[in-house]
Design a binder for this molecule. Structure first.
Ligand code: LLP
Length: 427
């Protein structure tokens, strides 16, 4: 972009390091993550609620031990949704009480590890799971703090939300038909479970606060019902993650403090109306923290001009390091970063090296017409759901994640090697 600093040869610099040097040292494709930016976003979320809420970073967006340590140091908690994420969190030294375990089909082994380690909360996702977690906690002689994940009948997409009576999806327990109220009844009867609160997550890459408003209103409504029926006010509500980031200039995300203010205002207002004490709020942003902090660096290989159509620019990665374009029709921008060019714009499609036509990184982009083999391209905003959803399709080697801080770059997750692939192949 225009604001990127360049060295004397015209190469873009990151924390003072030219991308040409980064490519030489770490190879391409590679993800480069700005540690200070990551930490600043953690702090912004933490401070947004003035310490009056708990922020759980959603590890599914991107998780590594270094990231867990940064989160911990910046005062955040961590949401994990698998045994692998839990193991990474614990290996990095995250205290178990600051970890929440999610998932619609947690295995017995995952639940057992979580309970044994003493995770701060398990978010219950089904009637069966209530019994499963209670049984495991009882067997281990523990009382496990839990929340119940409810589906509030709100589905949020990027620029809109839909409120319906029923939802046809696999997560949580429906508020509709008294399902969630029944789940509460069952949990309250079990001595090995401590019901701390109600959880709701309505979607991802959301810009419109209206969906959160409906969700909060319905969750607070359930808290009021619980008080009326059981005489207890639950102390917590979690409103999930899903806050959008800017992938292109069309996206206009709100700042954490604005989001925090509207969430707090909504909850406070609804609680006042219901005569409830305001519960402790928690949120689970993943993308909004890590998404903007990284970019992917690729090297251009083949440049193929289809006359009258567009130019296909093949890079050395693709759907194995960023599946989001193929999967969600996600939009990204791309820039030539190894040099400056005065050539005119050329309608381009940046594609990967995989064996299918859907292997697109950036569907439509204007790149300089003199683009050539060996040029470096950067795709910004690839911190979330790119490395974490990376695959070995076509036996691609998953790229490294390199953290850049104070003009120094260091690998926090190394590139896979052919030996790594062959080590798994024991036939
Ligand atoms: N909490 C729960 C319960 C979730 O299921 C998710 C995301 C989050 C928090 C974090 O959401 P975020 O703040 O990152 O939007 N692979 C998709 C996104 C899937 C999100 C799944 N759940 C993508 O690349 O867009």
């Amino acid at each position: 972009s225009r604001t990127v600093a360049r060295d004397a040869d015209g190469a873009a610099t990151v924390g003072g390091i030219p991308v040409t040097r980064l490519a030489e040292e770490f190879g391409t494709p590679a993800y480069f993550l700005d540690e200070d930016d990551f930490r600043a976003r953690c702090r912004a979320w933490h401070d947004a609620f003035g310490g009056e809420a708990d922020v759980f970073y959603a590890g599914k967006a991107f998780l590594s031990r270094a990231v867990v340590r940064w989160l911990y140091e910046e005062g955040l908690n961590l949401d994990v949704c698998s045994g692998g994420e839990l193991a990474t969190a614990l290996a990095a030294g995250m205290p178990a009480e600051r970890i929440a375990l999610h998932g619609n089909n947690k295995s017995e082994a995952e639940i057992e590890r979580a309970v044994r380690e003493g995770v701060g909360r398990i978010v219950l996702d089904s009637f069966q799971e209530i019994v499963r977690v209670a049984h495991i906690a009882e067997k281990l002689g523990k009382r496990q703090r839990v929340q119940i994940r409810v589906t509030v009948g709100v589905e949020a997409h990027t620029h809109e939300f839909i409120a319906t009576a029923h939802e046809d999806q696999k997560f949580g327990i429906a508020l509709a038909d008294g399902q969630a109220a029944e789940a509460v009844r069952r949990v309250l009867k079990l001595d090995s479970l401590e019901l701390a609160g109600i959880h709701s997550h309505i979607g991802s890459q959301i810009f419109d606060m209206a969906g959160f408003e409906v969700s909060a209103r319905r969750v607070v409504g359930l808290l009021a019902e619980i008080r009326d029926e059981h005489g207890t006010e639950l102390p917590e509500i979690d409103l999930g993650g899903g806050l959008g980031i800017a992938y292109t200039s069309e996206d206009d995300p709100r700042e954490p403090h604005e989001i925090a203010k509207s969430l707090s205002d909504i909850v406070t207002r609804e609680c006042a109306a219901a005569g409830l004490a305001v519960p402790r709020i928690s949120v689970e942003p993943g993308r909004a923290i890590v998404g903007p902090t990284a970019f992917t660096l690729y090297e251009v290989g083949t440049v193929k001009e289809l006359s009258g159509l567009r130019t296909y620019v093949s890079v050395d990665g693709g759907m194995s390091d960023n599946i989001r374009t193929a999967l969600y029709d996600a939009e990204y921008t791309v820039a030539l970063v190894s040099r400056t060019s005065t050539a005119g714009p050329m309608l381009s499609r940046v594609v990967g090296k995989h064996c299918e036509s859907g292997d697109i990184v950036v569907r439509d982009a204007f790149l300089p017409a003199d683009l050539a083999t060996g040029d470096l391209l950067a795709v910004p905003a690839t911190g979330a759901y790119c490395r974490s959803m990376a695959s070995n399709y076509n036996h691609a080697l998953r790229p490294p994640v390199v953290a850049v801080k104070d003009g120094e770059a260091r690998v926090i997750m190394r590139r896979e090697t052919e030996e790594d692939l062959l080590r798994l192949d024991v036939g």
